[in-house]
Ligand binder design. Structure first.
Ligand code: GLU
Length: 465
């Protein structure tokens, strides 16, 4: 069975690059009917935090990435200790009592000589008993066989070869007893039965170290798929400098989970059907394969993501669900309404915004009793024609139903009877009903907003201006 995983470190918010890694790993597992595992990599106690872990889980749940198993590395230290001892016993690892100062001096020397730094191997012959008897702090290092070139077949990048002399003996357990990423990742991936390691290409230099540990522990080596980085518009690695890059940010801005999921998939994965860009999660599970991932970097396009969010709002998501998504945004803005009313509003307006936070602004005239007026709108209100239009409209709508149809009829009559241009009629009403000179249609407002509210707004202007 195919088993893949996502292994975030809780040291910050989930950013788009990691979210895409999680999605690809998830889709790969689901496509093959396999298992998807979530593992929190929190061995670095200083940089990890519970708050970040909670945010990670929230974002992953929001993205709909249900996992089959969950692990937290900080709860597995006993296990890592056991495997570190195995490596020492079999001679693959040894304690190192070199002090940070000594190591720094070695590093400096290498720098001065212009050669890549490698640990000198000074402690290679030290035994655990000797290290302990010295009463000194010690790390545990992996003994790297000299001169070997490790080659592996990356499922995305093809064959990769790295000479182990590039790094030399590396630390697998810190002096405070906490195990290091390259070591625990191997123990976990092996014990969890991971068949495919899908992760960012920044981990390629770590892979040969991990392969050495797999071999030393007699574990089967999984397949590796290293995803190309995501670039910003200036072609440098996507980062905070490019603006909003965390999933939290997009969630709070009112991007839909379906749209973000879909968009991230298109960053580096080419669907078999050319030209089609909108895919449901089910379709993605069915179509996704690692072999369709481009080996060169993808460029993040915030405009395109926004556009896609708009498509989802307008055409893909049923109004019911859109109402459910939008409700908390409107409630937070202090609007009061019931679900049925919101659905009625959305039926007529969902083509007028691309994010849910934009909707809060756009749809204000549907939810408040009184609107506030822009400078341009105020200027219209002070027009003498406006006052005539308002009195006219009020007299016509006092009786009977108000609807889009009815207000259009009234507009027609007004142009004749008041001898005004249609444009002035609509301008006047728009300024009064929305407080702006552009935005959702006045006819839509008359169709949906309760008549009392419309009349209240007109009366207020007639008494104040
Ligand atoms: N914790 C590592 C990271 O967040 C995971 C690396 C891996 O997937 O092996 O980069």
């Amino acid at each position: 069975m195919i088993v893949s995983r996502f292994a975030p470190s809780p040291t910050g918010y989930l950013h788009l690059g990691n979210a895409r890694t999680a999605i690809f790993s998830y889709l790969f597992a689901r496509h093959h009917g396999g298992k998807f595992i979530l593992r929190i990599e929190d061995t670095d106690r200083e940089r990890s935090s519970k708050e970040f872990e909670e945010m990670l889980l929230k974002d992953l749940e929001w993205l709909g990435l249900e996992w089959d198993e969950f692990y937290r590395q900080s709860e597995r230290f006993e296990l890592y200790r056991e495997y570190a001892h195995k490596l020492i016993e079999s001679g693959w690892a040894y304690p190192c009592v070199c002090t940070p100062e000594e190591l720094e001096a070695e590093r400096k020397k290498a720098e001065e000589q212009g050669v890549p730094y490698r640990y000198s191997g000074k402690c290679r012959l030290l035994t655990l008993e000797e290290a302990k008897s010295k009463g000194l702090a010690y790390t545990i290092r992996f003994r790297v066989p000299e001169g070997e070139t490790i080659t592996f077949e990356d499922l995305i990048k093809g064959p990769i070869s790295i000479n182990v002399d590039d790094f030399g003996d590396f630390v697998i357990v810190r002096s405070d007893g906490t195990p290091v990423y390259n070591f625990v990742v191997v123990v976990d991936d092996a014990l969890m039965g991971i068949t495919h390691v899908v992760r960012g290409e920044d981990h390629i230099p770590n892979t040969p170290k991990q392969i050495l540990i797999y071999r030393a522990l007699g574990f089967e080596i999984p397949k590796f798929a290293h995803l190309p980085v995501i670039l910003g518009p200036d072609r440098s690695k996507l980062s905070k400098r490019h603006g909003a890059v965390s999933v939290k940010n997009y969630r709070e801005e009112g991007y839909l989970t379906e749209a973000l999921f879909n968009y991230l998939c298109l960053l580096g994965w080419s669907p078999p059907e050319e030209g089609k860009e909108i895919y449901s999660k089910e379709e993605l599970i069915q179509l996704f394969d690692l072999k369709d991932i481009n080996s060169s970097p993808a460029v993040f396009d915030a405009q395109k993501l926004r556009w896609m969010n708009g498509v989802y709002i307008r055409e893909v998501i049923p109004t019911d669900r859109l109402a459910e998504y939008l409700e908390p945004f409107l409630k937070k803005a202090g609007y009061e309404f019931d679900r049925e009313y919101l659905k009625k509003v959305l039926e007529k307006t969902k083509d007028s915004f691309e994010t849910l936070s934009e909707a809060v602004e756009r749809l204000k005239p549907f939810f408040v009793d009184e609107v506030s007026f822009s400078e341009e709108a105020k200027a219209i209100l002070e027009n003498e024609t406006t006052l005539r239009v308002l009195e006219y409209v009020l007299s016509k709508i006092e009786e009977g139903e108000l609807s889009a149809q009815r207000i259009k009829e009234i507009a027609k009559m007004a142009t004749k009877e008041l001898n005004i241009k249609a444009k002035d009629f609509w301008h006047a009403l728009r300024a009064v009903l929305t407080g702006e000179l552009e935005g959702v249609g006045v006819d839509v407002i008359c169709d949906v907003v309760p008549k009392d509210r419309v009349m209240g707004r007109i009366r207020r202007v007639l008494t104040v201006f």
